[in-house]
Design a protein around this ligand. Structure first.
Ligand SMILES: Cc1ncc(C[n+]2csc(CCOP(=O)(O)OP(=O)(O)O)c2C)c(N)n1
Ligand code: SF4
Ligand SMILES: [Mg+2]
Length: 351
């Protein structure tokens, strides 16, 4: 893939994080996406969240499939590991990468086409296995990269740029993920940086698969009247179900929250996710309640945002499978190789 390197100019007065790094150190190459594309705003939120969490670039692995959305890992944390995989196959590569080195923080960036069409099977299994990663779907209702065909997340009745309506039902990634056993499900909007940064941080800290569906308008093919994934439609119909605040392990949490009902969820590392229920109808710790809530708001034409469901106790895939905690690269070859005798025994069984 071609890329344009961003010049590293360190302006005076910029703040450094706990590692002594500038926000600039969390950027990548120059974006080649269309000006105004929602995906670029999500990249900016990732840069901010990773910098604020002081995540060392070499501790991060960025994974993606194919699409405009899947190009974006090139635009943040150039010092991290990365793998731009085949269309819809990001979760398989993430599974392998995390088995090889469970110390890595995995961020998978996908599109609605990548995850809900060709990669729907892979998406489902990453969720049900609770693969420890932040799984971001940059959802614009179209295949942006291949010139704007409807994707599986396009709502019935929404129209294409040239006016033709979509006649098929849509797949709602949030409701689908909750029904498939997801342990962390949130939704946000590329135009709501504050909410998005909190949800990204909470998703990274969550010890399991954190699915974030982010409505991310495609300005070139799906930002017109008649689209339900445009900037205007999303601003008008989004409905904040929970206000999410992420509190790192070392910080005091008792006095930060004002009035209103709050749910505090403590994660394994001692961090806390505090959810202020903007809508008292939602209990984000009850799967059936979250599903009923989503359906009710869908009937009302609303797009609920915030952290919609969390189960902080369900173990993640490699914990269940008991794969090696020590990164594979730290083993000596002899420790990993089964040896000639074991290989011959295996071959005898196959004859
Ligand atoms: C196996 C395979 N089939 C089809 C394609 C063509 N293709 C490239 S990107 C894409 C869809 C991308 O849509 P989405 O994941 O929603 O990303 P967006 O561009 O909208 O961000 C398709 C169908 C491909 N690259 N590989
Ligand atoms: S075609 Fe759409 S999704 Fe792709 S970069 Fe342009 S605005 Fe973004
Ligand atoms: Mg898309």
């Amino acid at each position: 893939m071609t890329y344009i390197a961003k010049p590293k100019i360190n302006l005076p007065g910029q703040k450094r994080n706990e590692l002594g790094l500038l926000q600039r150190d969390y950027e990548g190459s120059l974006s080649t996406l269309c000006a105004g594309c929602g995906h670029d705003s999500i990249t900016a939120a990732l840069v901010q969240a990773l910098w604020e969490m002081s995540i060392a670039p070499e501790k991060l692995i960025k994974l993606s499939g194919i699409g405009c959305s899947s190009k974006t890992p090139a635009y943040f944390v150039s010092g991290a590991h990365g793998f731009n995989s085949v269309h819809g196959r990001m979760p398989s590569v993430a599974t392998g990468a995390h088995a090889g080195n469970r110390d890595l923080i995995c961020i998978g960036v996908s599109g609605d086409g990548d995850s809900l069409s060709i990669g729907f099977g892979q998406f489902g299994h990453a969720i049900r296995r609770n693969l420890n990663m932040l799984y971001l779907i940059e959802n614009n209702g179209v295949y942006g990269l291949t010139k704007g065909q409807f994707s599986a997340s396009a709502d019935p009745g929404s129209t294409a740029k040239k006016g033709a309506p979509n006649m098929m039902q849509s797949i709602n990634p949030v409701a689908t993920a909750i029904s498939m056993g997801a342990s962390f499900v949130g939704r946000s909007f590329s135009g709501d940086r504050e909410q998005l940064v909190s949800l990204i941080k909470a998703g990274i800290a969550h010890p399991g698969c954190a699915l974030l569906d982010v409505i991310s308008p495609c300005v070139t093919f799906n930002d017109h009247v008649g689209s339900t994934k445009s900037y205007a439609y999303t601003r008008e119909h989004k409905h904040q179900a929970t206000a999410t605040d992420f509190v790192p392990a070392a910080e005091e949490i008792t006095t930060q929250y004002g009035e209103g009902e709050t749910v505090a969820v403590t994660l394994h590392d001692g961090s806390t996710i505090v959810l202020k229920k903007a809508d008292p109808d939602l209990d984000p710790t009850k799967r059936s309640a979250a599903l009923a809530y989503l359906e009710r708001h869908r009937d009302q034409g609303q797009i609920p945002t915030g952290l919609l469901f969390i189960d902080e106790h369900w173990p993640e895939m490699h914990e269940i499978a008991g794969t090696a905690k020590k990164p594979l690269k730290q083993f000596r070859f002899e420790e990993l190789s089964p040896g000639r005798e074991a290989l011959e025994k295996l071959q005898r069984r196959m004859r």
